[in-house]
Unconditional design. Sequence first.
Length: 207
Amino acid sequence: MTLAARRPPQQARAHQTQGRLLDVAGELLAEVGIERISTNMIAARAGLSPPALYRYFGDKYAVLEALGRRLMERQNEVLDAWLARHASGGIAAMADHIGDLLAENAAATRAEPGAVWVLRALHATPRLVHIRLESHRHVTGRLVDACAPHLPRIDRETLWLRLRLAVELGFAADEMLYEEDRVSADAVLGEVASMLRAALLDLTAAD
C-alpha cells in the first residue's frame, strides 16, 4: 500500500486543488526542508484548512510521496517523447541524441517546485526510497524495450543491467549539479552524454 493521495480527485476542481497543494508543498520544502515541513504549514500556505488537505493526503509523507511520483512521471514523459522521436532509428540514432534526453530531463526536473528537495526526500526518507527505485527501473525497462529489437544477440538480463547503470549515471549527474558549483551544467551533461553514447554504441559491438 502506498502513501500517496487517499483518493484520486474525480472532478477538475479537486484535481486543481490537489495540484495546488503539491505546488505549495514543493515551494515550502525548498524553504524549510524535509524535517520542518508539515501538513498544517502546507494547508495554511494554500489557503485551506487542515481537514481540507486531509481529504487528499494522510500526512506529510503522503504529500512527499505524491511530489516524488509527480516528478518521476514528468521525467518519464520526457523519456517517452524522446523514444518516440528516436527509437525507430536504432541504437546509433538513440546514441547520437542522448544529450537531448539529458538536457530535456534536467529542464523538466528544474521546472518542478522544490525539485532538489523532493529528490533529497526520495534519497533520505526510508518510507519514500522505493519511489525513485521503481521509477529508475521503469526507465530501464523502457530503454530495454527500445534497444532489444536492435540487439538480438544480447540477452535481456545483460542489457537490463547495462542500461540500469546508464540510467543511474544520468540521473546522478543531474542531481550532482544542484550542489556542485565548480563545473558548468553544460560541461557535465556533455561529458555524461559522451559516456552514455559510447556505452550504447559499445552494445552494438558486443552484439
